[in-house]
Design a protein around this ligand. Sequence first.
Ligand code: ADP
Length: 539
Amino acid sequence: MDERGVPYEYLSVRTDITRRMQAEEDLAKQQHLMTMLLRSMEQGYWFIDTQGITREVNPEMCRILGRSEADIVGRNIFAFVDEANARIFRDQMARRARNEKGSYEVELLRPDGSNIAGSICATPIYDTNGERIGSVGMWSDISERRKQEQERETLKNAALVANRAKSEFLASMSHELRTPLNAILGFGHLLQTDPELSADAMENVVEIARAGGHLLALVDDLIDLARIEAGKLDLFMEPVPARPVLVEALGLMKPLAEKAGIRLVDAIELDESLAVQVDLTRFRQVILNFLSNAIKYNKPQGQVDLTCQTLPGRLRVSVSDTGRGIPADKQWRIFNPFDRIGEERGNIQGTGIGLVISKRIVEAMEGRIGFESVEDEGSLFWVEFPLASSAVAPESSAPRGGAAASGTGPGGCGPREVLYVEDDPTNAQLLGKCFAKRGDLTLTLAASAEAGLALARETLPALILMDINLPGMDGFQALQVLKADARTASIPVIAVSANAMQGDRDRGQTAGFLHYLTKPIQVPDLLMLIDKALGASPS
Ligand code: ADP
């Protein structure tokens, strides 16, 4: 400028801002993209500062909270939760302050008073200087999942209650059905030993016993299946040497095979000590089911083979027969409960649930079951069980836990006294009649545990037969009293109960009964057990 202040020259400084403008444009684009992303996201987005004040939310978060953006931003997150969930927030904020990421579940309060459950994935956020400025939470609505979980829990609880009721019902039904059956079968057996019975009457009695036996098998199977269906299968898994059990099963089936004219072939070929990890009773039950079917559905002069094969880590037991086989188009029905595949019209006895029970049992024992069959040629049923980790020394396959039979009771010589504690007059009468035929035994009856205990102390019988369900003190309590008294502690006690569930038997054996017999009593079996317990030769 000159002295009059008129500019005579211009000096200009130019700065190229293209890059800055480009950067601003890029930033605006990024921000727009970010906004679009947050708006379209199916998850809720929630940005809070280090004090817990909400700085930003996306529309989904507003929907979740049931509030407008203006109603959320600027407010502390503790405004949206109750005290229990505030504790979760506090804990999580402390973690963010330690620069930790984290996922957690929390319930938010909505203005209408309802709750909404969500899972949050939270991350601390830093500025360009590395200063923590807050945290971002990504929210997923899990209220539907929670609702389903609650419904499942309610259903599970209802099923548990129903199962308990079912199992109690089964236990009592088992008892109620077995008690009268005991009388039918017991008196039937008794009549069969009557030499004065006419041939005609004997035929009728045999028929009663046969039908009663069938009814008993049906009751047992039904109760067993119902227990399994109710998830009440109690298994006692242990290493069981396979060979003795299989040999025993063949022995048990021998009379049935002989009657049907079927050749039973022992092709077991197993090392005595080879053990499988199974429940002994249930293992035996499956093999007996296979063997009895192979005999029942065989042809005249047919053959049944029991074979074994050791596979890696497993033992396969197979029962093959030369019977009528199962038609290919019906084989899918084989494990259907109550489906006898047409046999319901035939004259072979059965319930149609043996195989389904076997399948459930085998699977519960982590085994496998299967079959092959060719119509008119025969069938082969097999099971596989895991080998026990260490081979154990063979042991008797007799029921577990039973006390050893003691010798003669304290009764001394002469007819030995057996005390029967039983409140049911029919059962008492039945046993009374059986004992009347035995000159070497006398039977004393007591109608309650209390009366039985008094008699036991007074007469010191050689053996006690104890019913379990008694008025007042029950059979288990009575046994404890007997064992606690030095005078009666050594008297062998056999439980005779209509409670036939496996749990009852196990409990009986653990309690210290010499045997646990279930009603209906097979009179010859009972007498044999008594003789064994008294150390006498069976008469
Ligand atoms: P049940 O023998 O009491 O009828 P199962 O469940 O043991 O019941 O068997 C179901 C059905 O499968 C039998 O009724 C029979 O028709 C068929 N079945 C089972 N085993 C054999 C077999 N070895 N040979 C031919 N058919 C068989």
